[in-house]
Design a protein around this ligand. Sequence first.
Ligand SMILES: [Zn+2]
Length: 236
Amino acid sequence: MANVSFIYAHPDDETFLSAGFIRQLADAGHPPSMLLSTRGDAGNKNGDYIHWSREQLGELREREMSRAAEILGLAEVEYLGLPDGKTAEADESTFLEGVIRFINHHRPRTLVTFPLDGGNRHPDHMAISRMTTKAVLSGRCPSVEQLYYIMSAALAEEGRKPTFQLDVERQWSMKADALRAHDSQKLAIGRYFGPLDTFPENRRYESFILAWELGEIWPEKDAEQALRELDLLQEN
Ligand SMILES: [Zn+2]
């Protein structure tokens, strides 16, 4: 049975990169859990909250995340509460222990996180990828059999291919609603996806690459097999 946890940095990462995947898991009867390293407390991208403290912004983004989690079908969202934008400077052993504690509490078989390049070189994305990878490789998370990364341009340039891709066109209204839940991020969302009432052809696929499985790095696996293991084959 699929037991999947997602580990990201900020409220909204999950929806940008994996709304369709999360919803399909939930619909298959396996609502995933998620850990975020921050509450997104520096996320004042719209300029709407210029007089807000980090504490207030963090609360706002947690509320937005709760709404998105309902839409996506996430079973649970936990936070490490590290300072947004500065997690790369956090005490490494505390950070790592927090990730390991989350994993051993939920005991996922499959983990999904950013690639080591963060997808976009964001230092928080790179830090949580590194910590999650370290946690898996530490041997201290015995439930974990597979680690997936979000496919990135940097990985493609290295000649790597996604293990599987999900076409999210049929799920677009759900994904758009989850994006709208992250209202404080609407400028960044608009830049990436365009107007949410139109399906963005250039964002058709959510793409994932198997980075590690039972001790093997970059195992080869065909998409059908990967989806069967995740109990998602009937969806595609
Ligand atoms: Zn992010």
